[in-house]
Ligand binder design. Structure first.
Ligand SMILES: [Zn+2]
Length: 164
């Protein structure tokens, strides 16, 4: 069917990541390259990097917001749990250099305090950071594809996030 775009679904819950990648590889070659391909409900930053390599164009997922509400924040050096006691006196932003509204103004220690006190602002700041992190990663992905350096970008990004 000649449609404006194509959604690939039923792969986000219950399957292993390897199974998901295998099915993406089986399905995507049958879809037109000039039309957008959407992978439903995916996923972690690593899932997105792997799926883009296999031809997926866009995504939706609850991870950045749901994890943010639980104090789990994504960084280029891996995921942090701001409920951990190690951040109690940590005056650094969630991620050094991040331009999101949370990182420009607030420390890990302050956000942790808000989370511990069950102040809604703590959750909101974590969600803001995570949405910014995902959007910024998608910008980097588009730039890397246009520059013809996606493989190097993906390798570097994954290596950083898996350091912890
Ligand atoms: Zn941030």
């Amino acid at each position: 069917m000649d449609l404006p775009g194509y959604a690939v679904g039923g792969l986000a819950v219950g399957e292993t990541h390897e199974e998901m990648y295998r099915i993406i590889e089986a399905v995507i070659p049958h879809l037109p390259v000039e039309k957008p391909t959407y992978l439903m409900g995916v996923g972690t930053p690593a899932n997105i990097l792997e799926a883009v390599e296999r031809g997926v164009d866009f995504f939706d997922c609850v991870y950045p917001s749901r994890n943010g509400r639980h104090g789990h924040v994504y960084t280029n050096l891996g995921k942090l749990n701001l409920f951990n006691a190690q951040y109690e006196l940590d005056e650094r932003p969630i991620e050094e250099g991040c331009q999101c509204p949370a990182c420009r103004r607030y420390s890990r220690a302050y956000i942790r305090h808000l989370l511990k006190a069950k102040e809604m602002l703590g959750m909101r700041l974590c969600v803001l950071h995570n949405l910014y992190f995902y959007n910024h990663m998608m910008e980097e992905i588009r730039e890397a594809i246009e520059a013809g350096s996606y493989q190097e970008y993906k390798k570097r990004k994954l290596a950083g996030m898996e350091k912890k």
